[in-house]
Design a protein around this ligand. Structure first.
Ligand SMILES: Nc1ncnc2c1ncn2[C@@H]1O[C@H](COP(=O)(O)OP(=O)(O)OP(=O)(O)O)[C@@H](O)[C@H]1O
Ligand SMILES: [Mg+2]
Length: 308
């Protein structure tokens, strides 16, 4: 595994109409990781991916992939990369096999029917290999796009919104494909609107907003650091005051006194300790549960802070 396999240094992208879609982006991606870019519509996710794939040019900054300077050797870098684009554009009247095979040819790679057949098998497309692309469902078309992106054995795969318009079953299938590729050593960078997707599969996540990277973190560290859980008690009408024994904990009472929330810091026995103290204090409650903070709520908080 190479550290800083992809190095993005102070990269800006200003489109012809003067719109700054990326501002001073600094980011390093490690070889073999699954990296998720999260951000609202128009944040700059596709722009960043398109810049890295050489589809559009950045205006400022430096990009190195496997030590190669992107501006100096685009051709070499392009051969390392596969891209599954956000838009579904496919030729209607070609067969699945010919289309994927043709993509491989475009990269100047030697014909390898077995490689293509195996790829189609891996993507559950082997029974459709002789179908015309227009005869496929949306999810199948997306898998053809993945096959095309992988047709020349790239070391890096970019997936721009792989789950858009895909049902949950197929999404899970897609995750399996991504895990398999990771095992084979492929570096995977994906953008997604489905935060639970990033929560499920990513090793690291970056939040991007208005063309700026606002946070890059190991997913588990992020969930631990910012995603503290809460122990929430629903109170009954008789509740008046928090018993003094509970003051050693960090808590918050809702305005209408309908619930009390204890913030958990992941210390051992914390939950049972609070429960015991409450029992001792004889405080009445109707119910309790543990609320887990998800990546989604962390992300929403971040975007809110950014807007302030
Ligand atoms: N060719 C272009 N010329 C001018 N502005 C552009 C161009 N392409 C994109 N933009 C602008 O750059 C910003 C970022 O667009 P981008 O497609 O990278 O966003 P995104 O994060 O991928 O959004 P989405 O989640 O909707 O796919 C947007 O404001 C968009 O309007
Ligand atoms: Mg996009």
């Amino acid at each position: 595994m190479k550290k800083n396999f992809i190095q993005i240094k102070k990269v800006s992208k200003i489109y012809k109409n003067k719109f700054a879609a990326l501002k001073n982006v600094d980011l390093n991606i490690q070889e073999g990781e699954i990296f998720a870019l999260l951000g609202p519509n128009g944040a700059g996710k596709s722009t960043l991916i398109n810049v890295l794939c050489g589809i559009t040019y950045h205006s400022k900054g430096d990009i190195f992939i496997d030590g190669i300077d992107l501006t100096k050797n685009r051709k070499k870098i392009k051969s390392l990369i596969g891209l599954v684009p956000q838009e579904l554009h496919l030729e209607a009247f070609e067969t699945v096999f010919d289309n994927v095979n043709y993509s491989r040819g475009l990269w100047g790679k030697k014909k390898d029917n077995n490689y293509i057949l195996n790829l189609l098998k891996k993507l559950n497309l082997d029974d459709k290999k002789n179908n015309l692309l227009m005869q496929l469902s949306g999810g199948m078309k997306r898998r053809v796009l993945i096959a095309k992106a992988l047709s020349h054995n790239p070391r890096i795969l970019f997936l721009d919104e792989p789950s858009a318009g895909v049902d949950i079953e197929l999404r899970k299938e897609m995750w399996d494909i991504i895990y398999t590729l990771k095992k084979e050593g492929v570096t995977i960078i994906l953008t997604t609107h489905y935060i639970e997707e990033a929560e499920e599969i990513a090793d690291r996540v970056a939040f991007i907003n208005n063309g700026e990277i606002i946070l890059v973190e190991d997913k588990n560290v992020l969930l631990n650091k910012l995603g503290n859980n809460k122990l929430v008690f629903t109170l009954d009408n008789s509740f008046k005051k928090v018993p003094a024994v509970l003051n050693k904990y960090s808590y918050k009472i809702s305005k209408n006194k309908s619930c009390i929330e204890f913030f958990l810091s992941k210390e051992k026995n914390e939950v049972s300790d609070i429960l015991l103290s409450i029992k001792k204090s004889k405080m009445d409650y109707l119910d309790f549960n543990i609320e887990k903070r998800s990546l989604e709520s962390i992300f929403v908080d971040f975007i809110k802070k950014e807007k302030k």
